[in-house]
Design a protein around this ligand. Sequence first.
Ligand SMILES: *Cc1c(COP(=O)(O)O)cnc(C)c1O
Length: 222
Amino acid sequence: MTAEYAIALAATKQRVVEAARGIGRDPADVTLIAVSKTFGAEDIRPVLAAGQRHFGENRVQEALGKWPELREGYSDLTLHLIGPLQSNKAKEAVALFNVIHTVDRAKIARVLSAEMDKQGKRLQLFIQVNTGGEEQKAGVAPGELDALLALCRGELGLEISGLMCIPPVDEAAAIHFAFLAKLAKERSLAGLSMGMSSDFTAAVELGATHVRVGSAIFGARG
Ligand SMILES: *Cc1c(COP(=O)(O)O)cnc(C)c1O
């Protein structure tokens, strides 16, 4: 299995590099996040051994069960929370993660700000935008983005690195990536967290700075 993970990781990196070069971007401006949700230490270790240092998890509880031990010996590891965050998990999230991609409402922004102050830690933050206007989906509505951004940058003194989206499954992802890129550009936000296994090359072409790739590296989730 070890070799297979290394090969899948290398192939994914290569696709990122080619997509970036293809439109004249510097591949170094794109961070590949290996999404290890549902996979255990035995699957993650070979990917760590292959040199990967950015990992994404979508549940705080699950991440707590494996990362404190896994990250020992990897002081340069960056852990990204890419799933919804509940206020009652903010303390653990701030303690464990380096980057949170899913700030999407005033309440969680306030709780995160207070918790980061308490722990004396500054995480990198992205605001998740519900670009498809889906009722069930997390993310701030595009029309409410400016109010949330103003709260973060103003009263809370939080630095926001960029925007994140998860396009609706039944729509062309590129339209959502282009929309997110436009929203970010208009607000002078440099970071764009977008693109998964099925569409990360399109995301890179449309300006992604962070792509979140799970199954293309780890295989199908059980
Ligand atoms: C699971 C997940 C991914 C990775 O999905 P793949 O299709 O396996 O690449 C990316 N982003 C988020 C928010 C996820 O939950």
